[in-house]
Design a protein around this ligand. Structure first.
Ligand SMILES: [Zn+2]
Ligand SMILES: [Zn+2]
Length: 129
């Protein structure tokens, strides 16, 4: 197989063409195309979000989405399932350590101890004034 033929295979596969269609285009046996694609992991994957064929890059990890936009959309749609990945770390208002406000987004302290400690200190401040 020539380099040009290999390029054509990548190109056609990324457009969602089947082995047979490529074989006809390149005038090669279907089996040759099939084994080449399997061996080289020629991606023909469809976008997980919109179903459009994905343009794969030879030698790169196969992509799951046709575009960054679809990737974002897919993640947004599945946000509920993978919610915790979207939680931004906050800093405890008492000890300054970073933590993930998993229980409530409004969570201000990393732990109950910090919360109680903060309240206690706050009370002392008020009294000393
Ligand atoms: Zn897409
Ligand atoms: Zn803390």
């Amino acid at each position: 197989m020539t380099e040009l033929e290999e390029k054509r295979i990548w190109d056609l596969r990324s457009k969602g063409k089947g082995y047979k269609a490529i074989a006809i285009e390149l005038n090669l046996p279907t089996g040759t195309i099939k084994s080449y694609c399997t061996r080289n992991k020629v991606g023909s994957g469809k976008c997980r979000y919109c179903g459009e064929p994905i343009v794969q890059t030879p030698g790169r990890k196969p992509k799951k989405y046709c575009s960054e936009e679809c990737k974002t959309k897919w993640w947004n749609r599945n946000r509920k399932i993978i919610k915790h990945r979207f939680i931004k770390p906050k800093f405890c208002e008492h000890c300054g350590q970073s933590f993930l406000p998993i229980k409530r987004p409004s969570q201000k302290y990393c732990s109950r101890d910090c919360y109680l400690d903060h309240i206690r200190k706050g009370e002392n401040d008020v009294r000393s004034e």
